[in-house]
Design a protein around this ligand. Structure first.
Ligand code: ARG
Length: 475
């Protein structure tokens, strides 16, 4: 690759020095220098933001009289033409021009001549890239919010349909107490709601404009930073020029929120894997979200759910990668910071495909009502209901009722039956305060119906929570 680059660079740079910053250089960079230095291979993804930033900057320079109206028009028209070329796929990206900023500026020079050279007045690539990247991350935050809202919609719709479908609730993946499927799904609605709120917090802090910070120290030109900030949809300009070009905490916040969200998605993916397994059979993924095995004809594999689980590593990895890049950098800009982009692009792509796939899988998911209800009663899941009944109906202290219930469970286990299958005589033999009325709470439906404390699993609660979740998250 080095050899290939060598000939490329010599040809296309014409054997001379860099046309953007080569004034003091006699020779062209080594091919390896170009290879380690160039970011155009990935930062071309910032072209739209770079052009928007340049248009705002040019208009502001016109407003303060640094550029003539004719120059501003030529620059803005030229940039619009370049955007069309990039979107049409006809723009030729050049490695020897390093990055998106210089590729666009060089092309602008080809298109409009001298005026292009005036665009970079009172600006550096350092504030330029910081601006572009903030705009990009802001879009990524907004896209994540929209996608998570769609996922919440699918979860809430399914929760409504399954408000009173009983299933086992687990702790330690051991059957614990019966819950409703709607309640279980709404748990994820809360998690993704907090993820959205983390993204929105990050957005509020990142929405300041670094443009005009210059290379690091600001500029002596009479620029109007408020004007460019407003034009780009920022709330205000950043307050400190050194900080503006040297921090990437806005990216780290996005990645931290993304990593936590990916962790939530991964847990949901894991549940789908478990629920759809032949051993559990709680739910069935649609054909659209299952894959077959090339060897075993009976298989329906939950690949998408597994990949949602698997892609968490990339997202968290991106956070770790960028925090490692940033630690220990002295102020202000260092080229290390060019390493900020690829992990984020990769993480954002992974996050978006995971949220979309989760949305599709949840929307299509079909639960097996009978299987869920049967499993809900396995493992003596209503034992707590019996213990609570003794407290409530017979005035037994909870510690004692816990002990009595333990003996009832041991008996049922010994007989190989459920709690509700024991005869009243067998129960009264353990404790004479137990009466026939106890059978009301030993069934799973009664169990879930009784758990109507705020936030509890009772079907009526779930129906109320569905309404409240739509109100809180989907307005
Ligand atoms: N491609 C560079 C980056 O992404 C742009 C800023 C370059 N600044 C500089 N002083 N070399 O970080």
């Amino acid at each position: 690759m080095g050899t290939k680059n060598n000939s490329d660079s010599t040809d296309s740079a014409g054997g001379g020095s860099n046309q953007m910053w080569g004034g003091r250089f006699a020779a062209a960079p080594d091919a390896l220098m170009e290879r380690i230095n160039a970011s155009i291979g990935f930062d071309k993804a910032l072209y739209a933001q770079d052009i928007a930033g340049s248009v705002a900057h040019a208009r502001m320079l016109g407003d303060v009289g640094i550029l003539s109206d004719a120059d501003v028009t030529a620059i803005c028209d030229g940039l619009a033409g370049i955007r069309d070329e990039i979107e049409a796929g006809t723009f030729e990206f050049k490695t020897e021009l390093e990055d998106i900023h210089m590729n666009i500026e060089a092309r602008l020079t080809e298109r409009i001549g001298d005026a292009a050279g005036r665009l970079h007045t009172a600006r550096s690539r350092n504030d330029q890239v910081a601006t572009d990247f903030r705009l990009w991350v802001r879009d990524a935050v907004d896209a994540a919010d929209d996608a998570l809202k769609a996922l919440q919609t699918a979860l809430i719709d399914q929760a409504e349909v399954h408000a009173d479908w009983v299933m086992p609730g687990f702790t330690h993946l051991q059957a614990a107490q019966p819950v409703t499927a709607g309640h279980h799904l709404l748990a994820y609605v809360e998690m993704f709601g907090r993820d959205r709120s983390r993204f929105s917090d990050a957005r509020a802090r990142l929405n300041e404009s670094p443009l005009g910070a210059g290379a690091l120290a600001g500029t002596g030109f009479p620029i109007k930073r408020d004007m460019t900030a407003t034009a780009l949809g920022f709330d205000r300009p950043t307050a400190n020029s050194l900080d503006s070009v040297s921090d990437r905490d806005f990216v780290l916040e996005y990645l931290a929120a993304a990593a936590i969200c990916a962790g939530h998605l991964s847990r949901l993916g894991e549940e789908l894997v478990i629920w759809s397994s032949a051993q559990f059979r709680f739910a069935r993924l649609s054909d659209a979200f299952s894959t077959g095995s090339s060897m075993m004809p009976q298989k329906r594999n939950p690949d998408a759910a597994e990949l949602i689980r698997g892609k968490t590593g990339r997202v968290l990895g991106a956070f770790v990668a960028l925090s490692t890049v940033m630690k220990g950098l002295p102020l202000a800009y260092s080229k290390d910071m060019q390493e900020d982009k690829e992990p984020v692009f990769d993480a954002a792509e992974a996050l978006m495909v995971c949220v979309a796939a989760a949305t599709g899988m949840i929307a299509d998911l079909t639960f097996d009502r009978e299987r869920l209800a049967a499993a809900a009663g396995e493992g003596f899941t209503t034992a707590t209901d019996l213990a609570d009944w003794l407290v409530r109906e017979a005035g037994v202290p909870f510690r004692e009722s816990h002990h009595i219930t333990g003996r009832v469970v041991a008996l049922a286990e010994e007989k190989g039956c459920g709690l509700e299958d024991l005869a009243l005589a067998e129960l009264t033999a353990i404790d004479e305060r137990i009466s026939n009325a106890v059978f009301d709470v030993l069934g799973v439906d009664n169990s879930v119906r009784s758990r109507n404390s705020y936030g509890g699993t009772a079907p009526d609660n779930v129906r109320a929570q569905v309404i409240s979740a739509r109100e809180r998250f989907l307005k």
